[in-house]
Design a protein around this ligand. Structure first.
Ligand code: 0X9
Ligand code: ZN
Length: 299
């Protein structure tokens, strides 16, 4: 079993997913959607009551290795959805949840064993190691904010989906017959609710819908904890960066509500957020997820 009082290693997180599938077999199932560069499994938990009309929501964490609050928050959300399933409103259990807490398992382990501030995956490219998985997705790949230098922190890879970790997500999402309505990537830090586009300072035609739901999510967060999250299109609000998962989810797959949520904090601890913040941070993230699930029910 996991706790949310400390950060956990990959093995424990994966053990927890298996435990949930064993303990709640009518609701939960585990899938390995692919393997990392170093051969670690990329695991996903599906939570579903099996009703055929369900909408599908994707949640991921751990694209960036050092952002430990992200996998911790995502497992908290899993735990909440499963343990409170019966008492939740229909907007929560009319959903097929596809939740992958650690999309970059090699990087995550490396950040535990060797370099706490590692960001990329662990693929070799010449003299340097690692591709930024959030520059490796196939919508407007290679544009602004992505580097061609394999030694850079934002190296986008040799081509779109060159990395097994991003290719696994692409294969799974495009190959699963589901009514995808929302795609939520959890990152840290800075406290932002970002939506496309990230590749450039332009917005999609339905940007008002994303802004409205984003603001509702930020308001929900404020009411649970008092924290403030800024809302806006990624390139305008943070910086332009092409090849992100959110842009691909919306631009290529056509998933309406695509968000990147940058969790706590505001820079005091940054990536090295003490574990005592997991609980409050995860509670606010859950409030945001609820708002997005309610928006999904309406479309
Ligand atoms: O740069 C990123 O990948 C994200 N910020 S982080 O500090 N966690 O690295 C922001 C991504 C926002 N979305 C896009 N630019 N598409
Ligand atoms: Zn990140």
């Amino acid at each position: 079993r996991l706790t949310w009082q400390s950060y956990h290693r990959l093995e424990d997180i994966h053990g927890y997913l298996d435990y949930m599938a064993q303990t709640y077999p009518d609701l939960c199932s585990v899938r390995t959607i692919g393997n990392s560069v170093q051969g670690r499994p990329i695991k996903l938990l599906k939570i579903s009551n099996g009703h055929p009309g369900n909408k599908a929501i994707w949640i991921d964490g751990g694209i960036h290795a050092r952002e430990w609050i992200s996998p911790a928050t995502v497992t908290y959300i899993i735990n909440h959805i499963v343990l409170n399933y019966e008492s939740e409103p229909r907007y929560m259990n009319g959903v097929d949840w596809y939740i992958a807490p650690v999309l970059n398992p090699d990087g995550y382990e490396y950040s535990h064993t060797t370099d706490r501030l590692w960001r990329k995956n662990r693929g070799r490219s010449g003299y340097c190691t690692g591709t930024d998985l959030n520059r490796n997705f196939g919508y407007k790949w290679g544009g602004q904010g992505a580097s061609k230098n394999p030694c850079a922190e934002t190296y986008g890879g040799s081509r779109a989906f060159s990395e097994p970790e991003t290719a696994a997500i692409q294969r799974f999402i495009t190959g699963t017959r589901a009514q995808w309505k929302a795609y939520i990537s959890f990152h840290s830090y800075g406290q932002y609710i970002l939506y496309p586009w990230g590749y450039n300072r332009v917005v999609p035609p339905d940007h008002k819908d994303l802004e409205t739901v984003g603001r509702q999510a930020a308001a929900a967060i404020r009411s649970v904890s008092g924290s403030s999250y800024r809302v806006g299109p990624a390139a305008n609000t943070l910086y332009p960066a092409a090849g992100g998962s959110d842009d691909w989810a919306k631009g290529t797959v056509g998933i309406k509500y695509a968000y990147t949520i940058e969790l706590r904090d505001n820079g005091r601890y940054g990536f090295v957020l003490p574990a005592s913040y997991i609980d409050p941070s995860a509670k606010e993230a859950l409030a945001a997820v609820r708002v997005i699930a309610q928006a999904v029910e309406r479309i």
